[in-house]
Structures are given as C-alpha cells and as structure tokens.
Design a protein around this ligand. Structure first.
Ligand SMILES: Cc1ncc(COP(=O)(O)O)c(C=O)c1O
Length: 396
C-alpha cells in the first residue's frame, strides 16, 4: 500500500495542472499586497492600483441588506437569481436604453467575473479562439486560458481611439478562424467608449462571420460626456455581462448579471447550479434597491469626473506622457515610454519611493504593457491631489 502510494506521480510531483499554470498573476492585486505591506510598516500609500470605488454602496442598498439580515434566514435562491431582481434588471434595460428584455433572459451572477466563466463554458468548446481587446482586462485572457480556450489579441490602435473595429475583427478572423468576440465599453484600462455606429458595425461583422458577441458593460453609467449604449440594441443575441461592482460601488458584494438569448438561459442555469448554486441572497436583496439610488450614484460619478479632470490637467506637467481616451470608467492609462521600458520596475519604485500604488501595463497588454501604467481615479479627490503632489516630488 505504502509502496504504491509513493510511486504515484500525483503524490510525488507537486505541480498544478497545465491550465492552472497558464494563468498569469493579476499584477494589480500583487501591487495591492505590496502597498498593504508598506502600510503595515506605517508608511502612507495613495491607492490607484485597483479599480474599486472608495465610496460605500448606496444607502438604500445597505438598508435592504440590514433588514434582510435582521429577518433571519439567508437561503439559496434559484440559480438564475431572485425573480424580483431579474424583473428589476429587465426593467433597467427598458428605462435606461429603451430596449425590451424579458426577465427570463436575465441571469444573476456572483459579479461579472462569474458571468465570464458561465458565458465561456456555455458558448465555446475547448480550442475555440475568442478575440479579446489588447490592451484589455486581464481576466478575459486568464479565464480563457484556464478553460482550454484560446485568447486571440485584437490589438487596439491609437488611430481608432483604442476601440475595436469591424475591419480589425475581419483581419484577425482571416488569419485563424475565431468563434467569438469580447468587447468592453467603457474599456479598462483605456476608458474608451465605443461609439454607437462602431458598436453596430462590430455586431454586424460578428454576426456575418458567425461569431458569438460578448459585451462587457460593467462601466456603463460611468462616462464623462459620451453616451454608453448596450450591444443589445444592435444584436438581440449578444451576451451582455454587467455588475453592481463599479457603478453602484458594490465590489465586495459579489453581485452582477448577464443577459443571454433565450436558448442559452437553460445551459447557463445548469452551469450556475453546479458552479455556485446561487449568487448570495443578501446581495441579491440589497441589489434590488440599487437602481433607484440615482442621485447617490450620480454624485459618485461627478466625483470621478472631477478627479479625472484634475489628473488630466496635472499629468502632462508631471512628464507622464499621453493618456488613452478615458471617455469613461475610472482609469488613466499613461504612456511612460519616455521614462522607462519596464513599467513593472517603474511601479515598484513609484510605490517604494513616492508611496503611489498604480498598476503596470503588462496586466493589460503583453506586447506594449512595459510602456504603460494604469492609474485608477476611483478614490477621493484628496487622494488625487496627494498623488499629484507625491509624483511631482518624485518625477522632478
Ligand atoms: C472590465 C472589467 N470587467 C469585469 C470586472 C470584474 O468585476 P466584478 O467581478 O466585480 O463584477 C472588472 C473589474 O475590475 C473590469 O474592470
């Protein structure tokens, strides 16, 4: 018995699966840990590394959670979510976009992060190639890798304001056949909002090429002058992924949703039942109150707009180089090629010497990320003022 056990390759080799090994670390989270270590030593840090609102969830959300807690049991719900929340989310599409979506097409998820896993598993078989924007949110690439799918970088160009285009999609598909396309607007890290005509063209191109269209709309509601439109207006079959994390300041509540075509609801339901049973009841009940907190959400957005204006004004004088469009979301993605070829080392020094935590571009772009740094302006105005003061001293 003992002999057989010691001969087992599983017991003798301490090694993760190849798919787990393919998953890159999330550098923003690593910077967050380094910043926490600095704070534990009693040294100050301005946090601009993680895309997370510093404001709490709207008051009505917190009150709804408190009353649910006081009432006792916090049960599982149906895997697709509480019917009342699915209905409220469907109403949000009618009210915000004038687009009609049946509640039967809404899936409540544990943040948009679970929405990606569900979408990828429900739509694609192993080996399928999915176009993802580059620079782009790193978890797309990592999750696809983990699921034996192939992320195909769709390089975003300055000439297109860092928005994906139908022509670029066509060219990528011609090189090696794709099965799907994932876009985000407003984008992380560039902040680019895809204009309605371009979104319509992307949807039409994807449909013509027979590709599944996944639209990450998590930063909708956080734009500074440009309208954010849902892909559902241009393609009723689009898979839309969204979340309460950013616009409603609910990152830690782990609650989001998907809109799927009718035929996909049951496959997604089966996956959700087995992956996590249901999104947390408490967060679902609380999220029901979120859509009505219009004034609070607008006040937070106005704060971001002021932070954005402050940083856009200050950055050129700091010598930080050009920034991507920042039409929406809460990031400035700065070109630091005049200062370094190694954004990771640059960010380490910036944290150690100036106490400003920001994320190196390699998180978002394996090719040109070494020349970029992402600064989140989701904190307070005082944070942004402090960051500029620290950077001025450091980059002098
Ligand atoms: C573009 C984008 N999509 C999705 C997420 C994940 O958000 P959550 O899982 O909290 O909904 C993030 C988080 O930063 C993001 O930037």
């Amino acid at each position: 018995m003992t002999k057989r056990m010691t001969q087992s390759p599983i017991l003798t080799v301490n090694q993760s699966s190849r798919r787990a090994a393919r998953v890159a670390p999330f550098l923003a989270m690593d910077v967050m840990s380094a910043a926490a270590a600095r704070e534990a030593r009693g040294e100050g840090v301005v946090h601009m590394e993680v895309g997370q609102p510093s404001a709490p969830a709207p008051r009505a959300v917190i009150a709804a959670a408190q009353s649910a807690l006081a009432s006792g049991a916090l049960p599982y719900t149906q895997a697709l979510g509480l019917p009342s929340l699915r209905e409220r989310i469907a109403r949000h599409y009618a009210e915000t976009y004038g687009v009609s979506v049946s509640p039967s097409r809404i899936v409540v998820t544990t943040g948009s992060s679970a929405g990606f896993v569900l979408a990828f598993l429900a739509l694609f078989d192993a080996g399928a190639r999915i176009a993802v924007p580059q620079p782009g949110y790193p978890a797309y690439r990592s999750l696809l890798n983990a699921l034996d799918l192939i992320p195909a970088p769709l390089t975003l160009r300055d000439a297109d304001r860092f928005a994906p285009t139908g022509a670029a999609l066509r060219a990528l598909h011609a090189r090696a056949a794709l099965s799907g396309l994932l876009v985000m607007s407003p984008a992380n890290p560039s902040g680019t909002v895809i204009e309605p005509e371009r979104l319509a063209d992307l949807c039409a191109t994807a449909r013509e090429l027979g590709l599944r269209f996944i639209s990450d709309e998590i930063y909708h509601g956080l734009a500074y002058g440009m309208p954010t439109d849902t892909a559902l207006r241009y393609d009723d079959e689009a898979i839309v992924i969204n979340s309460f994390s950013k616009t409603w300041c609910m990152t830690g509540w782990r609650i989001g949703w998907m809109v799927v075509p009718d035929w996909l609801a049951r496959p997604v339901e089966r996956l959700a039942q087995n992956l996590y049973i249901s999104a947390p009841y408490l967060s679902q009940v609380a999220a029901l109150a979120a859509f009505d907190a219009v004034e609070e959400v607008e006040a937070v957005r106005a704060g971001y707009a002021a932070n954005r204006a402050l940083l856009l004004d200050a950055f050129p004088g700091l010598g930080l180089g050009r920034t991507h469009p920042a039409d929406g979301a809460f990031y400035l993605y700065a070109d630091v090629s005049n200062l370094t070829d190694d954004a990771s080392a640059f960010c380490r020094r910036m944290l150690d010497e100036a106490g400003v935590a920001a994320t190196p571009g390699l998180d978002f772009d394996a090719v040109d990320g070494g020349h970029h740094v992402r600064f989140s302006f989701a904190g307070s105005q005082a944070d942004c003022v402090d960051a500029v003061r620290r950077l001025k001293g450091w980059l002098r």
